[in-house]
Design a protein around this ligand. Sequence first.
Ligand code: FES
Ligand SMILES: [Fe+2]
Length: 434
Amino acid sequence: MEMTPYKRSIKDYIVVDRQQGLFRLNAEVYKDPYLFDLEMKKIFHEGWVYLAHESQLKVPNDYFTTYIGDTPIILVKTEDERIIGLINRCRHRGALVCRQEKGNSKFFRCPYHGWTYSNYGKLVGIPDKEGYPEHFDIENLGLIRIPKLVNYYGFIFGSLSSKAPEFEDYIGEAGKLLRLIALKFPGGIEVLKGIHKYGMQVNWKLAFENAVDHYHAPFVHESYFEAVGHEPGKRIDLRSKDLSLYLGKGHLVDLMFRDYEVYEIDEKGIPWYLKDNNNLNEIEKKWAAKITFHLGIFPNVIIFDVASPGPTIRVIRPVTVDYTEVYAYYYLPKNAPREYKERELRASLRFYGPAGMGTPDDVEVLKLAMEGYNVKDEKGKYNDLSRGTHRDFKDHEILELVNAEMIGHGTDDTGYRGFYKWWAKVIFNEELSI
Ligand code: FES
Ligand SMILES: [Fe+2]
C-alpha cells in the first residue's frame, strides 16, 4: 500500500501553454497542507536557507537565534571567532535551550530541568547527575551541530542536511549580487540592532513573491507615493526600462535603474561610495552606480539593496501553510556619512517599519489574495503568471554583470516563472519547459 497520501504531480499545479504564452498556477500551492509538509522537507530541511549577517555576531560568545524552516537554530560566534550553528533543542525532553533573540553567553541552560550546554554544544551540566547510570553517555548528548554553514561575503547560510548541494551550486548567479551588496560600500555593511517582526495569514511563497513584485507598487502603495511627493503611478513607471531577472536556482531580481535621485552623485553620475572603491571590478562599479534591486534568494530572504525605501534584509519564516512570520532587519553602510545613514534609515522605516506606509498595505492585500484562493472553481482557481511571456529579452547588457537565465520587463512575471520552475524541480523532480 502507498504510504504517502500525496500523489500529485506538477501538472496538478502548473499549466503551461507555450504557444499561447500562458503560465497558470493553481492557487492550491498556497493552501495545501500536504504540499507545505513536502516543502518543509525538500526545500527547508534538505536545501540551504539564509540565516543571518555576520555583523549580528560581533564578538566571541555572541549568539543569535533563528529558524531553518520549522527548526529552531542558535548561531554562535565561538572563542576562536568561528560561526557555528546548533539546533536549539534540549537533548533531554526537547525544550528550546535558548529563548532570547540574541545575546552573549558561554553557556545555554535549558529552562525546563536545567541541563546546561557550552556554546560549542557540549553537555556540561546535569542537575543531580547521580540519578543516571554510571556510564551514562553525556558525551553524545550535546546540542546537534548543523552540518553545513557558510559565510558568503558576510551573509550566513546553513543547511540541516549533509547531503545538500555545495553552497556555490546553490547560490549560483545570485552570489554575484550578494558580492555587489557587500563590497560596494567602503567598510562593508552592518545590520542594525533590533528586528521588526510581523505575522501574516498568508503562505510563505506569497510573502516572498510580494517582495519582488514591481507591478503592484503604484497601486498598493499609491498613498505612500503621494505622500512622498510623487504623483500616483509616476514614481514607478510601469513602462520604465526596469527589469525582472530570473537568475536560476529559484533566485530572482526586481531590478530598477536609478533614474531618480537617491544618492549624492557627482557630475559623472558616480555615487560617493564608488569613488575610491577598489573592491569591485570595473563592470561591477559601472552597474553599482546605475542600479538598485530587490534580490530574492530562494527560499527565504529578500535583500532590498539601497533602493529608496531600503536597505533592508527581509527573512521569510514559514510557520504553517497559511501563516508566515517576517523578520525585517535594517542595514547600513558602516562608514557612510551620518546624513546618508540617517536618510536611508528614515526611508526604510517610513516604508517597511511597523508604522511605515508600505508594509501594512502589503499585508492587507496579501490577505485578500489568500481569501480569493478559497475559490475551488475549476477555471477560477488559477493565478495568472503570463505577463511578459512574449517579450523575454535575450541580449540585455545586464548579462555582463549576471548571467540571468531569463530577462523580462520589470513588471513581467519572468522572475516568478523561474521561481516556480525551480520549485517544481525541487518538489516534484520535474523539469518544467517554459
Ligand atoms: S528539557 Fe531540557 S533539561 Fe529537561
Ligand atoms: Fe509592496
